[in-house]
Design a protein around this ligand. Sequence first.
Ligand SMILES: C[S@@+](CC[C@H](N)C(=O)[O-])C[C@H]1O[C@@H](n2cnc3c(N)ncnc32)[C@H](O)[C@@H]1O
Length: 453
Amino acid sequence: MSATPVDPASGVVYPVGLRLHDRRVVVVGGGQVAHRRVAGLLAARARVTVVSPEVTPALEALVEPGSLRWVRRGYEPGDLHGAWYAVAATDDPAVNAAVAEEAERARIFCARADDRSASSVWTPAVARHGELVVGVHGGGDPQRAIGVRDAVVAGLTDGSIADRAARTPTVARGGSVVLVGGGPGDPGLITVRGRQAVAQADVVVADHLAPLTLLETLPPSVEVVDASKLPRGRSMAQEQINALLVERALAGKRVVRLKGGDPFVFGRGMEEVEACLAAGVPVEVVPGVTSAIAVPGLAGIPVTHRGLTHEFVVVSGHLPPGHPQSLVDWAAIARLRGTVVVLMGVDTAPAIAAALVEHGRAPDTPVAVVSDGSTPAQRTVRTTLAHLPRAVVEEGVRPPAVWVVGGVVELGGPHDTSPPHGTSPPHGTSPPHGTSPPHGTSPRHGTEDADPD
Ligand SMILES: C[S@@+](CC[C@H](N)C(=O)[O-])C[C@H]1O[C@@H](n2cnc3c(N)ncnc32)[C@H](O)[C@@H]1O
């Protein structure tokens, strides 16, 4: 008996969403294809059994915590007993055919990975966007399905496809605040969840270091509030920001507090959370890509490196050493052998460098100052602790900048694989206070794993 043939040219399918929660699903095969299918099945909370003499390490890692059952042998007739759904994903067509035939006899839908024409199921290209699940069948062309899937997700993510129904329940549920870490500035470096929250906001309260180009994508009905705190410039008081968040949320609005980097890294995020909770406003925190790690990374500088440093410390330089309100033990930091990352430390660089040297860090320790990270103006100045004060002045370094101290600064260069911005030349090929020019921009997108048909 053979599986029911499906005419691949027709591409006719009947789309459904299988509710597999706690239902038995059998996957025959343990390679990469099986792995991808299993990920989707586990997301649907199916009870998955994998039948295969060998499985990928990632699949094996799911066995111990009980996420899936592994039958460690080849397929045997009867393995599909009690299953609601099956996947034939071995690299042996004869085995896949046998699995599909058993499924056909037992009236179990079976996705056969190697032969679409002999498969009773075609899996769509899938992506999840919040609660939305996008599944696309390409009329028999998997690449077409993937292309359309990606376009839909990109549209939902950048707001060009308006998910208006997702906005409606906001008012019904009452207002809320979402603290979104926007990353270092490039709109491609915000998280998918953060981007969704921005696209669904009624009010966006934004800092100047947040990815402000995202605001251009918002419809005119969205209120945008500039809550920038410019260093030594105009700034909105924190109490005013807290009050605004609470007031708009209590008025039933979905408020997004869009901040640079991560909200909890020198971002006063917790103060805003506390203000919301004190007023009974539901608040969610969406972590962000912090400039402390991302900005050096974009300049080709890893904050750790095997065999070189086993530690990195992130310090606020907004107060100089010895300042009565400073909470930093600069002497202890000077004793570290690893990487020191200083934020908000352009004006204080001379005092901090002097303190680090005074307390024991070698004056010739390499330093890189990376300004305007992830933007087209990104620039790296390479120097040493002893020469840092002069380099900052001579190179006209302005905030926002992150500076990095330690051996990791000498890495990068030819090994740097950090497009699109800020690839620095290798150490030693740049002048004493060498600067690396900015590079072009190229937006980055992320999509979820998907199972094309
Ligand atoms: C108030 S702190 C906020 C840090 C933020 N929450 C984070 O996680 O990145 C601001 C400092 O972050 C650093 N910074 C933020 N964005 C930056 C960027 N794009 N390039 C360089 N430094 C940046 C600078 O040191 C700046 O003075």
